[in-house]
Structure formats: structure tokens, C-alpha cells
Unconditional design. Structure first.
Length: 571
């Protein structure tokens, strides 16, 4: 017998929404899609995300990772040092050979003081610029050391001479250091120059050393070398040239081959392909509006409606107020900066991420994207039309971090809107325009990694010091589902089911669920009322074979691994 006054309701989940009531959200709104991602083959269905796998512990020398940048097949970063107490130090990890790469010249004097591991902070930033990885960190002393770098240039010059004076000055040079790209941090050797001496700064006719020569002499043969990819060299110091830092910069961005640094309310630009040199007759320094400081820099391609093609630009964020757009270059006499009226900025500098649609970032009201026209979008997911609440109520907004790869923007945030204030990870899937999460195993640092057929993320998980992990966003044949020693669990939870406008109380009498599972696995289906009271509970098992354990079967006589059951409806 049919159920009296019954009405069919088909529910196909489409993604996570903040809305507490499905009546006020699109059909298919989910309250949680934990550790599930869109099925690549079928819209409206979801599959488990792959588990993160540890690449390597960085070793006992490192604590919490505070900055992370993947360049080619190597992960570079900064981490709290267990050897130089209270300081952050650089590291390099080879992602292909799974080994640490030693970086030389790391000492207490040239490394920055660590920041607190809790509360708001000024995140260190890293950018690859002309074979040097530039590091900004507010922990530099601001007297001798303002900015750091990992030198990979493989530079050698051994044809010059100069005059030493039993001091830190070498003049009477047979060459122009600016024209030959001699940079701060380069090693320098010669008669009377102590071992371990490096270049502090240069002019067109002289070099300042890190230690005084022990003798004087004219025509001293000089050899100047840098770090290499095989033997990276760490250094820190000041800009060399006509413009110098007054305080340590808080951000750096590559633009037209130059390093653009954020210092106070101004942006300072280096020479092209020389991130530590400022030799222009008119130094590149742009003041951005009022006295409020710049908090973040991001690179953006801009679509030109006049000449077509793509013009690069830099977006300079000044907190949550207006952001500025920098275009042009001194070499082409068209350098300009303009405030973008109506824009909304960010204080979450680690959330600023390039995507195919523009520059994504977390504003005070949620995810926004600076489009290819330079204008900011409205918050994506606001008003219960996606996910915004975790970002609006972020406990420490400056600790939000994000990265884009595999068509996914991954964002980690400590959510102050939930009891216990957990750190969560939310994923925005660009092609489908939907959110999933909260995913477990959130990151304190995350970076995209692309190497041939490998497209994934390298992460430093929250609560696990001194370790890097690989975390895929898209399942593959080699994906595993045991993470940090525990089986992944998955939650697919609807929002409160919508009102059907019948002016009567509603109840679900019976339902069917559609799924596909290996035979060894099962899911638990729980029905609850709006108060969280349990109304019903059932366990449904998979429909495929459970597979075989290694050593318990005859080789060739059983299938390898478990088979997946058919996608079917179960009452």
C-alpha cells in the first residue's frame, strides 16, 4: 500500500553551503562533504579524496615550517631551527630523490628571529627571481640584515683585480661590479682576504666586504663565486645601489624580472634580473596612497581591451582597504600605480594565490578574486550560497593559507564559529563552482607542485613539526586512504531538508541511497532531526569482492586488490 499523502524528494548533493536550512540554499545543499571531492566522471556524485603521504621528516634540526615554495623538483622553505634557538633557517628538499639538500652559510647572525607560533603574525614570503630565492621576514635585525636569499646562480668571475686596504673596502677595481652582476652574498677570495668573506654591497667602482682584509695591496687577483643548485648558498643583508631598505620588507613579488618589495606604504623595485641591486639613476620607489602599510603583493595577468594580449601587473594590498595596481616598467617609461576604486583587500598574505580566473585571496568577507580586468569579485559563497563563515570568523586571519592546483583552491583556516575553534581545510572546485569540506589534515603551509605528469600539493600539516607531505586533490589508481596512520573517514551530510510549502509538518518515512563500495567496506547512514536526535541508523555494505591479503592466496589464483561494486540504489 502506498504511503498516504506521500511526496517524492530527490536529493543530489552539489556542494557545501553555510546555510542552516536547505530552503534558503540551492537544491542539493550539503552541510558537510568531509574528505569527499567531486567525482571526475559524473556530476552530482562524490568520491573520497586521496590521503596525504609523508614525503620526509626534515630532520631533528627543524621545527615548525614558516614558509614554503616549490621550484621545479625542489621544495624550499623556512623553518624554526632546533640548532640556532629562536631563529628561522632555510631548508631545501629534493622531491624526486627524497633527500635533504644542504644549504651552506647558515649562522645565527644572518638568520631571522622566529615569530610566535600562535596568534596573528606577518608571514615570511619567498619568491624565485633570477636564480635567487628571495626571502622576506620581519625577524631580520633591520640594521645589517633586511632580506634573505638562497643563491642558486652558479656564478663565477675570476678575471678581476682590486686594491685592498686592511679594511672592508676594495677599490681600484679592473671591472664594474654592477655591470658584471656581482651581488651581495657572493663569496670573494684573494690575497689577504679571510676565508668565508662575502660581498656586503657594491658601487660601480668598489666592493664592501663582510670582514676586513688582513693586508693591503694593489692589483690583488679576485675570485667571486655564488651558490649553485647542487650547493645552495644562504645569505642575508641589504640592497646594493642607489636605494636601500629602511626596515625589513614584509613581501616580495617578481614583476618584469625585477624584485618588488613592500616596505611600509611603498614598493621598492630592483634592477631587472638582479633582485638585490638598485642602480637606476632614478630608483624605483612607488608610494601607495596614505601612510597605511602594504600587507601583501600578488602578481596578476591583465587582459588589455585596447591592444589585446596580456599585460602583467602587481596587486599591492593595504590591509582590507583598497588595493593598488602597478603596471608598466621604468625601461619602457610607463610605470604607473592606481588605486582600484571599490576594491576590498586582505590581511591574509598567504591566501593570495594565482588561479586561471585571476588572483584569489581571502578578504574579511570571504573568498574574492581579482579578475583579469583588475577588478575584485563579490565574495564567493557569501549569504549561505557557499562557504564564507569560516573565513569571516577566522581566529587569526593572517594565518590563513591557500594554494591552487588540479583545478582546486585549498584554504586552511582556524574556524572561530565552531566549538573548539578547529583548524579546517576548505576546497573550492573551479570548474563546478562548488565547495567541499571541511577536510581533515589541514596545512600550516601549502604549495603547488607540478613536475611533468605530477600535479599535486606539498604541505606542512598543522601540528606536525619539521615534515613535508604530498597531498593529491584528484584520486588516481595509486591513491591510498590511510593518512598519518589512520583510515580516512568520510561524511556526506545534507543541510536541513527544505520546506515543501505544504503548510504541514514533514517527515522522511523511507529513502534509498545510491553508492558504490568495495565489498570490504561499509557506510553508516544516520537520520537525525533538527535537534540532532537520532531517528534511525543502518549500516550498508559494499557490493564488490573484499580482495585478498598478501600471503594468504595462491599467486595467479585470486584478483589483486578489492573490486568496486556497481553504483546502485539501496533501500
Amino acid at each position: 500500500m502506498a504511503i498516504r499523502n506521500s511526496q517524492k524528494l530527490t536529493f543530489t548533493g552539489i556542494g557545501v553551503y553555510d546555510s542552516i536550512d536547505g530552503t534558503n540554499a540551492p537544491p542539493g545543499a550539503l552541510a558537510a562533504c568531509t574528505n569527499l571531492v567531486p567525482n571526475p566522471s559524473t556530476a552530482g556524485t562524490f568520491v573520497p579524496r586521496p590521503a596525504a603521504a609523508q614525503l620526509s621528516a626534515l630532520g631533528g634540526a627543524y621545527g615548525a615550517v614558516t614558509a614554503l615554495l616549490v621550484v621545479g623538483t625542489r621544495a624550499y622553505g623556512m623553518a624554526a631551527s632546533n640548532g640556532i634557538a629562536g631563529h628561522d633557517v632555510p631548508f631545501c628538499y629534493d622531491l624526486v630523490n627524497n633527500v635533504m639538500v644542504s644549504i651552506s652559510n647558515i649562522v645565527s647572525a644572518n638568520t631571522p628571529v622566529s615569530q610566535s607560533t600562535t596568534g596573528d603574525w606577518t608571514p615570511p614570503q619567498m619568491q624565485m627571481i633570477a636564480n635567487r630565492i628571495v626571502v622576506t621576514h620581519v625577524g631580520f635585525d633591520g640594521a645589517t640584515h633586511f632580506v634573505g636569499w638562497i643563491d642558486l646562480r652558479n656564478y663565477t668571475y675570476a678575471s678581476g683585480t682590486g686594491t685592498t686596504h686592511s679594511s672592508t673596502l676594495i677599490d681600484g677595481l679592473s671591472f664594474n661590479p654592477w655591470l658584471l652582476a656581482v651581488q651581495p652574498g657572493d663569496k670573494i677570495t684573494g690575497t689577504g682576504i679571510p676565508a668565508g668573506t662575502y660581498v656586503v654591497s657594491t658601487t660601480s667602482t668598489s666592493i664592501t666586504l663582510s670582514q676586513a682584509a688582513v693586508s693591503s695591496g694593489a692589483g690583488v687577483a679576485l675570485t667571486i663565486t655564488s651558490g649553485t643548485t647542487a650547493a645552495p648558498l644562504w645569505g642575508s643583508g641589504q640592497l646594493s645601489g642607489n636605494l636601500q631598505f629602511a626596515s625589513p620588507p614584509v613581501a616580495v613579488q617578481q614583476f618584469n624580472g625585477r624584485a618588488y618589495y613592500a616596505v611600509g606604504n611603498a614598493v621598492i623595485g630592483s634592477d631587472s634580473l638582479l633582485p638585490l641591486q638598485t642602480t637606476n639613476a632614478s630608483p624605483l620607489s612607488i608610494v601607495m596612497g596614505d601612510s597605511s602599510p602594504i600587507t601583501a603583493l600578488g602578481g596578476l595577468p591583465l587582459a588589455s581591451q585596447v591592444i589585446g594580449g596580456v599585460i602583467q601587473s602587481v596587486i599591492a594590498f593595504k590591509g582590507s582597504g583598497l588595493y593598488y595596481q602597478i603596471t608598466g616598467d621604468p625601461a619602457t617609461s610607463n610605470l604607473a600605480s592606481n588605486a582600484v576604486q571599490g576594491s576590498v583587500g586582505t590581511i591574509a598574505s598567504n591566501s593570495v594565490t594565482a588561479t586561471p580566473l585571476g588572483l584569489a585571496y581571502i578578504a574579511p568577507d570571504g573568498l574574492r578574486i581579482v579578475g583579469l580586468d583588475g577588478k575584485s569579485s563579490e565574495p564567493i559563497g557569501a549569504d549561505g550560497q557557499g562557504v564564507a563563515v569560516p573565513f569571516v570568523f577566522a581566529v587569526s586571519p593572517t594565518r590563513i593559507n591557500a594554494a591552487y592546483n588540479q583545478n582546486v583552491l585549498r584554504i586552511s583556516v582556524q574556524n572561530g564559529d565552531i566549538n573548539g575553534q578547529p583548524t579546517q581545510e576548505w576546497w573550492y572546485h573551479f570548474t563546478r563552482g562548488i565547495w567541499t569540506g571541511p577536510h581533515t589534515f589541514p596545512c600550516s603551509m601549502i604549495a603547488a607542485y607540478n613536475n611533468g605528469a605530477i600535479n599535486t600539493f606539498v604541505t606542512a600539516p598543522v601540528g606536525i613539526a619539521g615534515a613535508l607531505w604530498r597531498s593529491d586533490a584528484v584520486p588516481s589508481l595509486t591513491s591510498t586512504y590511510v593518512e598519518n596512520g589512520s583510515n580516512l573517514s568520510f561524511i556526506y551530510q545534507t543541510a536541513l531538508l527544505p520546506d515543501n510549502q505544504a503548510a504541514a509538518m514533514n517527515q522522511v518515512v523511507e529513502s534509498t541511497q545510491a553508492y558504490a563500495l568495495p565489498g570490504a567496506l561499509a557506510i553508516t547512514v544516520l537520520a537525525q532531526d533538527e535537534s540532532g536526535n537520532q531517528l534511525g541508523l543502518v549500516t550498508l555494505s559494499g557490493g564488490g569482492s573484499p580482495g585478498s591479503s598478501w600471503g594468504s592466496f595462491t599467486w595467479g589464483g585470486y584478483p589483486w586488490g578489492a573490486s568496486l561494486g556497481p553504483f546502485k540504489q539501496v533501500r
